[in-house]
Design a protein around this ligand. Structure first.
Ligand code: HAM
Length: 433
């Protein structure tokens, strides 16, 4: 039997042989994660890590029974104690659970958290859609002012800017507060009911449970029917209208360009007022690079006080794929400064200890312990892209002198073995590796 990874999941390897998969290399992820962390810290966010598994009720209540994520896509199983457990499909409900559980609201607001981690959704795998994907997300709890919505959208844009991504589109909408939504839901289902038999099967199913999601339908007939449907914006309460207007003003102040998309509702039930999505045409049909919104009722729904929230998450695979498509260069991955090639048993004994001493001095170093010929060692040094290579044989040991080879120029520097650590330290400060 041949063992392969689970469908829709993939390994992150140091090197990928296929050019189109190069965005999957671990060096790309390390770079992306460092930009995400730095940007989050610059915006005053602190890291939160929650377990990958949660009790199933958290998502069915938090994300909503009517959402696709809960109704079709969760990895849910019974553990050995017969408890229903779910691999987290998203981060917001888990952060909200942790916030309530640890009474973090007793500390002064705003509470600003960020996370990076795997999410699991049992979707039909295709380009840009995986069953395990990684998200970077932020959540701000405790402040209902629209300025916070603008800050979160600005943070998202700043991340993409730092990563040199181009031609992104911010789509934004308000789904209103609870009253706006229930008034609109009623009006929309009244409008759609006469068209029931013409709607797609998905939309027919959504009509009773999750009417607003019909607006997201990609079905052409659904879209045609929706053309004359009432708009959510006509049902917003004055408070929701004011919130949205101030948010747009703040975005203008920050010179962020956005498109108001009155049909944007997003697939998670906890949203209220602001929703937004950042898309890239370079992603094909899975065009959403990141998205988020306000969820003012979620903390109370999970048993906490009535505390508002706003957040955003972006899929790391999609960010890396867009960078790859747009030919954004990644910084080179680290290479050893020096590669030691010992010849013979005595030299191996010597190099074995020398390598450990160099590493203690924080000089990155690797060595050939295979006992094979010199050509083998040189080949590995080339493969690892070491900046320098040192061949140590019996002669070098007895004379305490060796030749340090500069791999890029093939220049050779005579060096005393005792002085090696200090010479390498000097080279390291000058070197660009
Ligand atoms: P979401 O839109 O469901 O929002 O997911 C956020 C991002 O994760 C998407 O924009 C996309 O980049 C990525 N993503 C989602 N599903 C997949 C998949 N199957 N394969 C690859 N990438 C995927 C949320 O999860 C919310 N929790 C965001 C949020 C935070 N709202 C408020 N706070």
């Amino acid at each position: 039997m041949e063992y392969t990874s689970v469908k829709g999941m993939f390994d992150i390897l140091p090197e990928e042989l296929h050019k189109e998969d190069q965005w999957k290399e671990s060096g790309c992820w390390q770079y992306l994660e460092s930009v995400l962390r730095d940007t989050a810290h610059d915006y005053g966010f602190k890291e939160i890590r929650t377990p990958i598994l949660e009790k199933t009720e958290l998502f069915s209540r938090g994300v909503g029974e009517g959402s696709d994520i809960v109704s079709k896509e969760m990895y849910t199983f019974l553990d050995r104690g017969n408890r229903s457990i779910t691999l987290r499909p998203e981060g917001t409900a888990a952060v909200a659970r942790s916030f309530v559980q640890h009474r973090l609201y007793t500390q002064p607001a705003p509470h600003k958290y960020y996370y990076i981690g795997s999410m699991f959704r049992y979707e039909r795998p295709q380009a840009g859609r995986y069953r395990e994907h990684r998200q970077f997300g932020v959540e701000v709890l405790g402040i209902s002012q629209p300025e916070l919505d603008a800050e979160v959208i600005n943070l998202a844009c700043e991340i993409y800017r730092r990563l040199s991504l181009r031609e992104l589109n911010i789509q934004i909408n308000s789904v209103g507060d609870l009253k706006s939504r229930s008034d609109y839901q009623e009006a929309l289902s009244q409008y759609l009911r006469p068209y029931f038999s013409e709607l797609s099967l998905d939309s027919q199913n959504r009509l009773a449970k999750n009417t607003l999601r019909i607006l997201d339908s990609k079905d052409l007939k659904d879209q045609e029917i929706l053309q004359n449907a009432p708009l959510l914006s006509q049902f917003l309460t004055q408070e929701s209208k004011n919130h949205f207007a101030t948010l747009l003003q703040r975005l203008d102040q920050l010179k962020l360009h956005y498109t108001i998309n009155p049909k944007l509702v997003r697939g998670l039930d906890y949203y209220s007022n602001t929703v937004f999505e950042i898309t890239s045409t370079d992603l094909g049909s899975q065009s959403s690079l990141g998205g988020g919104g306000r969820y003012d009722g979620l903390i109370a729904m999970l048993g906490g006080p009535n505390i508002p929230g706003i957040g955003f998450a972006t899929g790391l695979e999609r960010v890396l794929q867009t960078m790859h498509k747009q030919k954004v260069p990644f910084p080179p991955s680290p290479h050893p400064l020096i590669f030691l090639v010992p010849m013979g048993k005595q030299a191996i004994d010597y190099a074995f200890v020398l390598a450990s001493e160099l590493r203690r001095e924080k000089i990155s170093c690797d060595l050939d312990l295979s006992g094979k010929k010199i050509q083998h060692g040189l080949q590995i040094a080339n493969l690892l892209k070491a900046a320098y290579c040192l061949i140590i044989g019996e002669e070098e040991l007895s004379s305490n002198q060796a030749k340090l080879k500069v791999m890029a120029t093939r220049e050779v520097i005579d060096i005393s073995l005792n002085a090696l650590p200090s010479v390498l330290k000097k080279l390291l400060t000058r070197s660009t590796v």
